[in-house]
Design a protein around this ligand. Structure first.
Ligand SMILES: [Zn+2]
Length: 164
């Protein structure tokens, strides 16, 4: 599938191809002054929240542990607890910002299961609307995104700040 709105795609793909390391570890280690550029919405003790560069729907984000591990079974309980708390808070922020009709929450583990970054486990949270897949897909398997990532970032940063 191709993406019309994909200014990051070439860099992202070529960096991965040249083995320049794990993109989730790079974002985690980057200076916090770069968080807006890197689409890092929030940093907690053991995990952080980042917008997906290639969102399936507007507001598609991920909760990512700082630990570079490939499987759910490698995460300790404090990390998992915080991960779910952040998913809860992120969903509340999505609710305030977008009023979606539903959500998908899940992990793709392993390339065969569809993981884009298979060696660093991450939890996807996607807001859903009736017919969103039809709405966003057009002829030729090109996905048209209804909102750019910078706009989404601003909305969710604001909504996340207002969380309980
Ligand atoms: Zn990593």
């Amino acid at each position: 599938m191709d993406y019309l709105w994909s200014p990051w795609r070439f860099h992202y793909v070529s960096a991965a191809r040249h083995g320049e390391g794990c993109v989730f570890c790079q974002k985690a280690r980057a200076d916090t002054s770069q968080d807006r550029t890197n689409l890092v919405l929030y940093r907690a003790q053991l995990n952080y929240i980042i917008l997906n560069l290639f969102p399936y729907t507007t507001g598609h984000l991920m909760v990512v542990p700082y630990a570079h591990v490939s499987s759910l079974t490698d995460l300790d309980s404090p990390t998992l607890s915080e991960m779910m708390e952040l998913a809860r808070d992120a969903q509340a922020a999505l609710e305030r910002a977008y009023h979606p009709e539903g959500y998908n929450l899940g992990m793709n583990q392993g390339t065969v299961a569809g993981a884009g970054v298979a060696d660093h486990v991450h939890l996807h949270l996607l807001p859903r609307w009736a017919g969103d897949a039809n709405f966003m897909s057009t002829i030729g398997e090109t996905r048209v995104l209804p909102e750019d990532l910078a706009t989404t970032f601003e909305k969710l940063v604001t909504a996340f700040r207002r969380r309980a």
